[in-house]
Ligand binder design. Structure first.
Ligand SMILES: Cc1cc2nc3c(=O)[nH]c(=O)nc-3n(C[C@H](O)[C@H](O)[C@H](O)COP(=O)(O)OP(=O)(O)OC[C@H]3O[C@@H](n4cnc5c(N)ncnc54)[C@H](O)[C@@H]3O)c2cc1C
Length: 387
């Protein structure tokens, strides 16, 4: 076990015998609550993680060979429209003004995403004006009153050609299934913009990358005399060795908490493969999608672009090739099909009967949340604890 108290590691620290709150998971949900409970309620918090670092999936670190900071579990862009969330997180960091845009490669040509007027003009080799494009797309769209699967749903939203180019192959790689076999409910809408707006996030009033990286935020949040942080510590190995006076806050997978008694929830995950290229700039942007099946990766990340304010070395650049896969050891994305939704509903019923344990975060509630949603959720839970 590794203990981290006031940012100092001490391998010989023992788990305290008792604590007011035990928080399982040093990700965003657990860390926000640890910070609030210690600062505002002045209660003792023990926060643990089975990984060897704090920060959960937001963890960032420096690549030793290139000096470039990267996000170990995939590129994370902070974005929110919520002033409350932005104010809260700004206590621990400044943001660097990075503005996210996404590009995709199809048949060796690069297009903008989400699909906008530039994508459409470039793909169909036309030069439509904003007031002409809606009618143009409507002619391409096929009316399918009750789409039976993801393919039909997508075609009913954007038409066959855009679907084939930008959605079909990417979706198949992401889910390792033909979109015809995927439920239509996976997508509700596909944003198509009839102007040149290429900003990626709808909720991007505040966005950027923490100037000192994400891990520095967590170090600050957990640096409090009432917080004991213990890493490489699995809840299921220690739960009977610590007395919790108030509550346990559990942010691990909900099915694991109940020892999979109703069955396992399914997850999609990703694998990242590190590569070095001997050029200053490989792809000119932080994230490039690959729409075609012939390119095995779903995306290539080039983290140097996340910090344009830093002067990184010019001789080499760091890349991560992203492949989608199912990996129950690294659950990332919940699968929102009927089977899993129903199973989660049953686990949630069990969770509600646990009087001394609160379930939160993406694993504890089997939901995909962006960082701002997790912070908002944790602040709401804190308000209810306070009350
Ligand atoms: C690939 C990827 C890219 C993303 N990109 C973005 C983005 O660009 N912008 C954005 O806003 N959001 C993004 N997100 C979402 C973001 O990662 C989440 O919102 C956030 O990390 C959720 O925090 P959490 O605390 O709920 O979960 P986590 O960060 O997963 O933390 C949970 C922690 O619990 C620990 N744990 C689990 N079980 C146990 C146990 N038994 N004992 C001890 N510890 C345990 C885990 O090790 C983990 O560290 C992305 C997510 C992924 C997967």
């Amino acid at each position: 076990m590794v203990h981290l108290g006031h940012n100092k590691y001490n391998k010989h620290m023992k788990l305290p015998e008792e604590t007011d709150y035990l928080i399982v998971g040093c990700g965003l949900f657990g860390s926000v609550l640890a910070e609030r409970i210690s600062c505002k309620l002045k209660k003792k918090v023990t926060i643990i993680d089975k990984r060897n670092h704090i920060g959960g999936n937001c963890y960032s670190t420096i690549d030793q060979e290139t000096g470039i900071e990267y996000h170990q579990y995939g590129t994370h862009i902070f974005h929110t429209n919520s002033q409350e969330v932005f104010r809260y997180v700004s206590q621990f960091t400044q943001f660097n003004g990075y503005y996210h845009q996404v590009l995709t490669t199809h048949k060796n040509k690069v297009y903008q995403l989400p699909i906008n007027l530039e994508t459409i003009n470039s793909f169909f080799n036309v030069n439509l004006k904003p007031f002409e494009v809606k009618a143009f797309i409507e002619k391409k769209v096929k009316a399918i009153p009750q789409p039976k699967n993801l393919e039909e749903k997508a075609i009913s939203l954007v038409g066959e050609e855009l679907y084939e180019a930008f959605i079909k192959g990417y979706t198949q790689k992401q889910w390792n299934k033909d979109p015809k076999e995927l439920p239509a409910t996976i997508i509700n809408r596909l944003p198509v913009r009839f102007n040149y707006d290429e900003s990626y996030f709808n909720n991007g009033r505040y966005q950027g990358i923490p100037k000192e990286g994400y891990t520095a935020i967590f170090q600050q949040m957990l640096d409090h005399p009432l917080i004991t942080t213990i890493l490489e510590c699995d809840y299921f190995e220690i739960k009977d060795s610590i007395t919790v006076k108030e509550k346990t806050i559990y942010t691990g997978p909900i099915d694991r908490y109940f020892e999979f008694q109703l069955g396992r929830l399914d997850w999609r995950s990703i694998r990242l493969e590190r590569k070095i290229e001997s050029v200053e700039d490989y792809q000119g942007t932080s994230v490039m999608n690959y729409a075609d099946l012939k390119d095995k990766q779903t995306r290539i990340h080039e983290p140097r672009h996340l910090h344009p304010e830093r002067s990184y070395q010019k001789e080499k650049t760091l890349l991560f090739y992203e492949y989608s896969e199912s990996n129950i050891n690294e659950p990332f994305y919940p699968i929102n099909d009927d089977k899993n939704k129903e199973l989660y509903r049953k686990y949630k019923e069990l969770a509600m009967k646990e009087k001394n344990t609160l379930f939160g975060g993406r694993l504890g509630t089997y939901s995909y949340y962006d960082m701002d949603q997790v912070i908002a959720q944790a602040l709401k839970v804190f308000d209810s604890l306070k009350a």
